[in-house]
Write a protein that binds this ligand. Structure first.
Ligand SMILES: Cc1cc2nc3c(=O)[nH]c(=O)nc-3n(C[C@H](O)[C@H](O)[C@H](O)COP(=O)(O)OP(=O)(O)OC[C@H]3O[C@@H](n4cnc5c(N)ncnc54)[C@H](O)[C@@H]3O)c2cc1C
Length: 541
């Protein structure tokens, strides 16, 4: 049922609230376009959520695709400049063993080449370590056959927070945001031109039409599906990748690991957890329904235990799976596929008004968005200001924060001030000033150090629709217990803020637990599986 139709057409409707779509919405809003972004679930709940959280240059593309490494490093540098609070240094150790395919000398040549790109992203050149030095840095390394190690500087990011900050900045500059709203069809005029979309709320079922001069398809691995709504064929080569998420930080530094087939894997301490990934396999199914298989888990564990023999003793909290929206290439091994991107103006396919941006990676999302908005502006045929997203700070990125000062003057424990500053940057002051004194230091999510003050702020100001959105805003429920200890408290707080009935609070908790459970059984073993079943049963309303 169509319940409302907006008469006044927007300049731009963005389909997809991953890192690309949020970047497009921000760039377009900053250039003065009237923009609406629709996302079928929450921001960053597609591929971006399942990424390794690296803002990196991609050393491995150097072999086949020098230009992707260059663009990626350049854009990583810009992202570091506009969101310095959000990025954290990740120092990789690349341990080299006697039986490695390439010896340490050859490996070092690769890192020397990569060093030339490091200044773009404020990274330091590599350092070569002896086996003893490597073991001091990371005592968990397998010492047998260890020849030495090389270091490599990269940046890590809370990918969901990066998306949210782009979306919130788009909103601050006039964009409308609609999450949990799917594009069910594209509107076309008699000539076949795309004139907007029919959207449906996944929360209420209400449908409406949104008219726009241009629709930008930033739907990641769903991009072909959106194109098909306009009768346009777009071929991608979607590739699935999984991660195992450990319940704590299990190493001092990040590790670069070689899998049995020579693929590069990574193990990265990330917030209160550790990520181990990733696989890279052609995927032909629905990107929204992804299973993690025992084989994929074993592939990662087998590779890792050669370097970190204790890996099987650590507890996996959950697994993630996502699909890379890679551009289509024939006859190429998945891992060798380039991460180049492309902006398609579908006027050439008879669908004027539809622009797709596909491929690429998170580390170059800003540049992808810039190129996509340039194409939109060309299509609109109006003189508009140039892109400014490489120099305008994202919310919180305007000025450095003295964490000790925050802790002392706002009476917040130092470790909580640190977490807050990492997520909110200089916005931490406003957040804490607005909070009631009793909420500032009261922790709701113990695993990730999320306070009542931060949750209230997020619920009020950060476009939160559902309980599970709080994970992507501030990592609430993202730690070791996977929300088993805090989901009720968070739901009640949200219910109080939103005036939800007790039944609605219960529904949210049930939906949250069901969604979380989906990617857990495959990684739970023995007694922890029994414990989890029991906790889930006790919590389910
Ligand atoms: C395992 C893995 C690890 C990775 N690690 C890294 C990394 O460390 N660093 C890096 O730079 N890159 C990494 N990448 C690549 C990177 O994650 C992606 O290139 C990037 O996140 C894609 O973002 P996107 O916005 O284009 O797609 P998505 O994040 O998938 O966003 C598209 C959005 O569109 C929405 N959507 C789809 N259809 C509709 C519709 N009909 N209506 C409304 N909304 C719709 C979806 O719900 C989704 O949220 C990784 C990828 C994978 C799979």
């Amino acid at each position: 049922m169509i319940t409302s139709t907006s008469d006044e057409a927007l300049d731009l409707l963005v389909v997809g609230g991953g890192v690309t779509g949020a970047g497009v919405a921000r760039d377009a809003a900053l250039r003065g376009l009237r923009v609406c972004l629709v996302e079928q679930r929450d921001f960053a709940s597609g591929t971006t959520w399942g990424s390794s959280g690296m803002i990196h240059g991609g050393i491995r593309y150097l072999e086949h695709d020098w230009e992707t490494t260059r663009i990626s490093c350049l854009d990583s540098g810009y992202i570091k400049r506009i969101a310095p609070h959000l990025l954290f240094p990740v120092v990789f150790l690349v341990p080299v063993y006697a039986d490695a395919k390439l010896g340490i000398e050859v490996m070092e040549v690769g890192l020397e080449a990569y060093d030339r790109f490091q200044p773009y992203k404020a990274g330091r050149p590599h350092v070569r370590l002896s086996a003893d030095e490597a073991l001091i840095l990371e005592p968990g390394l397998n010492p047998r056959g260890l020849v030495g190690a090389l270091t490599m500087d990269e940046w890590g990011v809370d990918a969901a927070r990066l998306v949210v900050l782009n979306a919130l900045d788009a909103r601050a500059n006039g964009a409308e945001l609609r999450t949990w709203t799917e594009v069910a069809g594209l509107l076309r005029d008699g000539s076949g031109a795309v004139t907007g979309a029919r959207v449906r709320s996944r929360l209420t079922g209400v449908e409406e039409e949104i008219r726009a001069a241009v629709v930008c398809n930033a739907a990641g691995p769903w991009a072909a599906e959106v194109c098909a709504m306009a009768g346009v064929e777009l071929q991608l080569r979607p590739a699935k990748g999984i991660h195992l998420v450990y319940d704590r930080r299990i190493t001092n530094v990040a590790l670069s690991i070689e899998a049995i087939d020579g693929r590069g894997l990574l193990l990265v301490p990330h917030a209160g957890t550790t990520l181990l990934g990733t696989t890279d396999d052609d995927h032909y199914g629905d990107p929204e329904r992804l299973d993690v298989t025992e084989d994929e888990i074993e592939y990662l564990l087998q590779a890792t235990e050669r370097v970190l023999p204790s890996i099987r003793q650590h507890r996996i909290a959950h697994a993630t799976a996502a699909v890379r929206p890679t551009l289509h290439r024939w006859s190429r091994y998945e891992d060798d596929l380039s991460r180049e991107y492309e902006v398609f103006d579908h006027a050439v396919d008879g669908a004027q008004g539809l622009v797709t941006v596909a491929g690429g990676k998170m580390s170059m999302f800003r540049k992808m968005a810039e190129d996509a908005v340039d194409a939109v502006v060309r299509r609109l045929g109006r003189g508009l200001p140039a892109c400014t997203t490489h120099r305008r700070p994202l919310p919180g990125g305007g000025s450095p924060v003295d964490v000790e000062d925050v802790a002392n003057s706002m009476a917040v424990p130092l470790h909580l001030a640190q977490r807050l500053a990492g997520r909110h940057g200089d916005g931490v002051w406003a957040l804490l000033r607005e909070a009631e004194a009793g909420d500032r230091g009261t922790v709701v999510c113990e695993c990730e150090g999320v306070t009542r003050a931060e949750l209230r702020h997020s619920i009020r100001h950060e476009h939160v629709e559902r309980l599970e959105d709080l994970y992507r805003r501030v990592r609430c429920t993202g730690g070791a217990c996977q929300g088993m200890r805090c989901c009720w408290a968070a739901a009640q707080l949200m219910g109080a803020e939103r005036g939800w009935s007790p039944a609605r609070v219960g529904d949210e908790v049930r939906a949250f637990l069901d969604a979380r459970w989906r990617d857990r059984p495959v990684v739970l073993r023995g007694v922890s599986a029994a414990q989890e079943e029991l906790t889930r049963g006790a919590l389910t309303p």
